[in-house]
Write a protein that binds this ligand. Sequence first.
Ligand code: FES
Length: 73
Amino acid sequence: MTLSMTTENTNPEDEVMCHCSGTKRGDIQTLFEQGKDMDAISRWTGALSGCGGCEWDISDFLHHLAEQKKNNV
Ligand code: FES
């Protein structure tokens, strides 16, 4: 029995979190892992510099990553 390829590629890393700048979840995670905070991530990626509609999602994601990091230590 073979597992068929799913029709959709739902890799969350490729999910665009900021549509204005095209910043993906994976980009934000990489910058977070480099120790960058929300301001720095915004400067690096252009996220939050457009409509600002992604602010809640991104800050929520960063909180989530920070929690994960805390729990792994
Ligand atoms: S979606 Fe991020 S600034 Fe508009």
